[in-house]
Design a binder for this molecule. Structure first.
Ligand SMILES: *[C@@H]1O[C@H](CO)[C@@H](O)[C@H](O)[C@H]1NC(C)=O
Ligand SMILES: *[C@@H]1O[C@H](CO)[C@@H](O)[C@H](O)[C@H]1NC(C)=O
Ligand SMILES: *[C@@H]1O[C@H](CO)[C@@H](O)[C@H](O)[C@H]1NC(C)=O
Length: 806
């Protein structure tokens, strides 16, 4: 089958060989080689590198290939030398057996190089060697000759056939020893060399009824080969006429795939003789095995019919020699030329010659990713192939060279979007109806590390309650990377930085795999309230890609500081005594306890209570102001010396408290002070105590003077109210107790409370400034919870540390 196919291809090629050579050589600079048939394997036909001027070192990289459009390969490339070599037996007679002697036997190859795609035609002429002897179609040739045949009568002998061509074909016929005949060798274009027996002496059937002659056909090869046949001559009474065909050549067209039994042509020969001598029977003379398989001739009628499947792709024409023989052995010959008409019965065949798979996702547009060959075994329009891609946004098909297409990217590929493509290529031929073939090519896209890790959020905020245990997890952050495998494997690290001059790594650490941030040590809200760390997420690609994010860590307050009394000074260091005028009325301000709490918000919202009093009911203390006021008017009967034990409590959960003592002296006269010397005062340190008392008395004196001054000022203001009103008494419109520490919507701790203002009240002179506002002992609950409108007046930040607490 393969041989026949090849044969047919050759036939087709031969027909257009001249045209091809002219066109193709002009456009591609083709090369023509010649090779004798029947050479051994690896026979070197020619050097491709030399003839196509190719760089031998680059040859292998360009994937050189020699394609023969049949099932056999015949030739190939020796990559070690760059030579075109014979790969299998080339039998010229099998390839081109039916070619005429003057037509060369041609093999057409396509020589393909990639990168860039290049196509050359290589024409290899297979030259004949004398490997076939002449053969007669029959070993014994029967001839009946009438005894009355005159001297000089001629009798045709069937020709011998030699599959070789040119000089290697039959050149001569030689007759063995014979008394009656000589051989006359002639030639014409129709039959080539043929021989006729010429009668030399008259025959006498009665003397010798049969003659046996030996005819040898010799070819012109070196050494020459020969074939013999025996001519068996029966001397007959009469048979004057050989059958004669009405036409010497019958030309018919036959459709490919014509079913068995299809009538082709009826040949007919007549013989003028009568009886058996005039009865004609038909048979094939020289026909190929193939023709014998496909066609049948009716011996009697001369009707030629199809008996097997006719395939245009196997052979496009047949030449059949038919012999008519009469009863006397005389023969006549004719030829039937059958031209097969192509039917579009072959769909195009798509072959991927090379492919780049997987495709790197960063392949630039225009990258060649596959070379595709499409062929259709049919002929003419039936083999004109149109090739296209089904709707595709990423690829396009470019027609490069006859029947070759390159698949090219036309858009940027992104593995993270589409990681695999199924590309459908459809090839349709030009037949009617057309046939088409689909091929689905699967291409994978390989990863390039083109995505940096992306954090789930733009920034992170974490809240930690102070006094945490070292190792507490603070927050888990996560970054995602859509790349493949290690290109998408994310690890985390802290970027070096400092918090108040201390490396950030001594505050927190991060788990490189999970992104969980841990506290390295215990935090103190009173030391700092927040800090920022930079975390970098890095993928494992090479080179790696990274991105960073800011994590703000806010430390939230715990009630871990008890209130601190600023005034009066704590017991033990000194004893402070307040003077209370004897004439003080109910409600008048007597003294003030001043305390602070290092915590914030509720934890620093202080409340004051009198725990113990030498005269309960005489004094009261403002729950939140710490102002000690007389409950009733002071009377002469009240003891001069009053002791109060005051507890200061914050509002934390649980709350912490401190107590302090306040000594009050009801007296208008500083002279009375020495009498105050109490038994409780230690006599041993009397000297120091007396100094203290002197100091206290001076302070009190100064204080009284100041009161007098104030009274005087008030007196003056009453007289000139419009002038003095703003300057002297700057009474705040409303007073809010320390505001709650509050968390607003943005998660930022805010406090509008300013301790500075509070601390100024530590000086007794300003007590009066607040006298009016402090009057309300209990504030409405709603007010205490109100946040100041410009709530962001103090963002908690590293800078906002405890400096304000002195
Ligand atoms: C491509 O075809 C294969 C096999 O038919 C299938 O498994 C795969 O899911 C297809 N891929 C796409 C992207 O369509
Ligand atoms: C990761 O990306 C690089 C190029 O950036 C590539 O060479 C490598 O093959 C990729 N790795 C994987 C597992 O795809
Ligand atoms: C952090 O990221 C920003 C942009 O997102 C970049 O400008 C900066 O250089 C990065 N810092 C580090 C230390 O990588």
């Amino acid at each position: 089958m393969a041989e026949r196919k090849a044969h047919r291809w050759i036939e087709r090629r031969v027909k257009c060989a001249v045209f091809l050579l002219a066109v193709v050589q002009a456009s591609f600079g083709d090369i023509r080689y010649s090779v004798p048939e029947e050479t051994k394997n690896k026979y070197v036909i020619g050097s491709l590198t030399k003839d196509f001027n190719l760089d031998f070192k680059l040859l292998a990289a360009r994937k050189p290939r020699v394609d023969y459009q049949g099932e056999r390969r015949y030739c190939g490339i020796d990559l070690t030398t760059g030579d075109l070599i014979v790969l299998e037996r080339i039998d010229r007679e099998k390839l081109c057996g039916q070619t005429k002697t003057n037509k060369p036997c041609i093999l057409n190859f396509e020589f393909i190089l990639e990168n860039p795609l290049e196509l050359h035609n290589i024409v290899v002429e297979v030259t004949d060697i004398n490997d076939n002897p002449p053969v007669f179609s029959k070993d014994v040739i029967k001839l009946e000759i009438g005894e009355a045949a005159p001297i000089g009568s001629r009798f045709q002998i069937p020709t011998a056939r030699d599959l070789d061509v040119g000089i290697n074909s039959v050149q001569n016929y030689i007759l063995g020893r014979s008394e009656h005949f000589v051989l006359d060798v002639q030639s014409n274009t129709q039959r080539g060399k043929y021989a006729e027996l010429v009668l030399k002496h008259t025959l006498d059937r009665e003397k010798e009824g049969e003659h046996t002659l030996l005819v040898t056909a010799v070819d012109g090869g070196n050494p020459s080969r020969s074939g013999t046949a025996t001519v068996h001559i029966l001397v007959m009474d009469f048979n004057d006429n050989a059958p004669v065909f009405q036409q010497t050549v019958y030309k018919v067209n036959l459709l490919e795939n014509a079913p068995a039994g299809t009538f082709i042509v009826k040949v007919s020969a007549t013989d003028k003789d009568e009886g058996a001598n005039g009865a004609v029977s038909y048979d094939f003379n020289h026909v190929s095995e193939n023709s014998k398989r496909l066609f049948h001739i009716d011996e009697k009628s001369g009707e030629l019919k199809v008996i097997d499947k006719i395939d245009y792709e196997e052979a496009s024409s047949y030449e059949i020699e038919i012999q008519a023989e009469d009863g006397g052995g005389q023969t006549g010959h004719c030829k039937v030329l059958i031209q097969i008409t192509d039917v579009n019965d072959n769909a195009p065949v798509i072959t991927v010659k090379s492919a780049l798979n997987p495709i790197p996702e960063n392949a630039p547009t225009g990258t060649e990713i596959a070379v595709i060959n499409v062929k259709d075994l049919d002929d003419g329009d039936n083999s004109r192939v149109h090739c296209f891609l089904s709707e595709n946004m990423h690829f396009t098909l470019q027609s490069s060279i006859k029947n070759y297409f390159t698949l090219v990217t036309k858009a940027v590929l992104d593995r993270e979007e589409v990681s695999e493509f199924n590309i459908t290529i459809t090839a349709t031929d030009g037949g009617s109806p057309p046939l088409s073939t689909d091929a689905v090519l699967n291409f994978k896209i390989s990863d390039i590390n083109d995505n940096p890790p992306a954090f789930d959020e733009q920034s992170y905020s974490a809240y930690v309650v102070e006094n945490n245990k070292p190792g507490t997890s603070v927050i888990a952050i996560r970054a995602r990377d859509p790349d493949w495998r290690q290109n998408g494997t994310v690890s985390y690290a802290l970027l070096s930085g400092e918090v108040s001059g201390v490396p950030v790594s001594s505050f927190v650490s991060i788990n490189g795999d999970t992104g969980v941030i841990h506290a390295v040590r215990s935090f103190d809200y009173e030391q700092f309230r927040s800090f920022k760390v930079q975390v970098v997420a890095r993928d494992n690609g090479s080179p790696p890609l990274s991105s960073n994010v800011t994590v703000s860590v806010f430390i939230t307050d715990q009630n871990d500081n008890s209130p601190q009394i600023l005034y009066p000074a704590p017991l033990g260091k000194s004893i402070m005594t307040e003077m209370v005028p004897k004439a003080a009325y109910a409600g008048s301000l007597v003294s003030k306890v001043i305390a602070v709490d290092a915590d914030s918000g509720q934890n620093a919202w202080l409340s004051y209570q009198i725990m113990k009093s030498s005269d309960p009911g005489l004094f009261t203390i403002g729950l939140h102001s710490g102002e000690i006021r007389a409950l009733r008017d002071i009377s002469e009967s009240d003891t001069m010396k009053q002791n109060l034990v005051i507890s200061v409590k914050d509002n934390g959960q649980p709350s912490l408290s401190t107590t302090c003592s306040v000594y009050l002296l009801i007296s208008d006269n500083l002279a009375e002070i020495p009498q105050l010397k109490d038994k409780s005062y230690d006599e041993s340190n009397s000297k120091l105590t007396s100094y203290l008392i002197i100091a206290l008395v001076s302070v009190s004196t100064f204080f009284l003077t100041f009161i007098i001054l104030i009274v005087a000022v008030r007196f003056c203001r009453r007289r000139k109210p419009q002038l003095l009103f703003d300057g002297a008494v700057a009474v705040p419109g409303a007073y809010f107790p320390p505001n709650y520490a509050d968390v607003d919507g943005a998660g930022t701790l805010r406090s509008s409370y300013n301790y500075d203002t509070y601390l100024t009240t530590g000086s007794r002179t300003s007590d009066f400034k607040f006298a009016r506002s402090y009057n309300d002992v209990t504030l409405p609950a709603e007010n205490t919870l109100k946040r100041s409108p410009n709530g962001n007046s103090e963002d908690m930040d590293i800078t906002g540390n405890g400096s304000k607490y002195g």
